[in-house]
Design a protein around this ligand. Structure first.
Ligand code: ATP
Ligand code: LTN
Length: 334
């Protein structure tokens, strides 16, 4: 809480091209609930360098991501959209929280295990303490809710644990955040291997729909999507490929899974896949058009970057000063 306003924080990494999973699982939900909160949407570039990045590429992707937040429908006058690296409080609070986090807790994080296995040549300390930086992001703004996909739940739980531990020692310093999972789209699966989540770092481009894919590409990828040989459109865990397509169609059209099943009762997979492809194209088109327009307006985007970093810093500094005082750092002489 800040004053009497509930706070929402979320962020995304500018690594790779965003997928439909990122949109339906995160970005779209942000837009839906943003109006009810004082919001902070960060492009979390400090997190990105836990994996080696090409500097020019990272800068470009970060700007594209920030632009995409706006293209998706977040009004940057009302929502604080900014780069994490422009607010030094994130790194400063992360350091303090590192001293309130146990190695054993971090050892249990499944994302760390996955990423460490994928990048065995660069298992750096930043990758290990990634969840602490994420906790700092959230706690710095006293966030009440954090919309994320299911894969981030474990990180949210550790954030709550760290906050509670800190509060137990120093009194009520941090708001304890709650996760917010959207009704649909919380876990979009790979189109090629429905056992896995759709992920922007998947090497197989057919596994993911990218937000910038053109209509033909989207349709082609859905035609090739892995399903099963049961030839029945039913929503059940034993048919994860079809279940995923139902989830995607439902998330794009606002329909519940049962409705989707009824709509396609007795129809074949071919027809259903086509309908899913078209629903996705219809979702992405306005986003792509707004993105193209906004990208051309350099001065406008620059203005947003500057003013929102200042706004974020203001709130971040408030929490940071309070924390520094609590842990016993000397007062600043004014
Ligand atoms: P990477 O492959 O680089 O790990 P990612 O595609 O898994 O990336 P993140 O940057 O980790 O994406 O996630 C950004 C946001 O999108 C998070 O809130 C996450 O929960 C959500 N998200 C990512 N993948 C999916 C998915 N397949 N379904 C639903 N939500 C997702
Ligand atoms: N770890 C998240 C990105 C992220 C985030 C956050 C999400 C960093 N800080 C704070 C919500 C709140 C991810 O990989 N999706």
């Amino acid at each position: 809480m800040i004053g009497d306003q509930k706070v929402l924080f979320s962020g995304m990494q500018a690594t790779g091209n965003l997928t439909l999973g990122n949109y339906l699982g995160a970005l779209k939900n942000w837009v839906h609930i943003a109006d009810e909160y004082l919001t902070f949407f960060s492009v979390v570039d400090l997190h990105s360098i836990t994996i080696r990045q090409d500097p020019a590429e990272l800068r470009k992707r970060a700007r594209n991501l920030l632009t995409l937040y706006i293209a998706a429908g977040l009004d940057p006058e009302k929502n604080c959209i900014y780069y994490q690296s422009h607010v030094s409080g994130h790194a400063e609070l992360a350091w303090i929280l590192n001293c309130f986090t146990y190695m054993g807790e971090l050892n249990r994080m499944t994302q760390f295990k996955d990423k460490a296995a994928k990048h065995a040549d660069n298992i750096n300390a930043g990758l290990f303490t990634y969840p602490v930086l994420m906790a700092a992001d959230i706690l710095l703004y006293q966030a009440d809710v954090v919309p994320v996909g299911k894969d981030q739940m474990q990180h949210l739980e550790i954030t709550r644990d760290i906050a509670q531990r800190f509060n137990a020692v120093y009194g009520d310093v941090f708001t304890i955040p709650e996760p917010y999972l959207g009704k649909t789209g919380a876990k979009i699966r790979s189109l090629q291997d429905p056992e896995k989540k759709m992920s922007k770092s998947d090497e197989n481009p057919n596994a993911s729909i990218y937000l910038m894919d053109d209509a033909d590409t989207v349709i082609r990828k859905f035609k090739r999507a892995v399903t099963d040989s049961e030839a029945q459109i039913v929503y059940r865990d034993e048919q994860p490929g079809i279940q995923n397509l139902i989830d995607i169609y439902g998330a794009c059209t606002g329909k519940a899974p049962e409705e989707v099943v009824r709509e396609f009762d007795g129809k074949g997979y071919g027809e259903f896949k086509m309908a899913v492809g078209e629903a996705v194209v219809a979702q992405l088109r306005p986003l792509q058009e707004r993105f193209a327009q906004l990208s051309k307006d350099k001065a406008y985007i620059d203005g947003i970057i500057k003013s929102n970093a200042e706004k974020a810093s203001y709130y971040a500094t408030k929490t940071l000063r309070k924390v520094q005082k609590k842990v016993g750092f000397p007062d600043r002489i004014r």
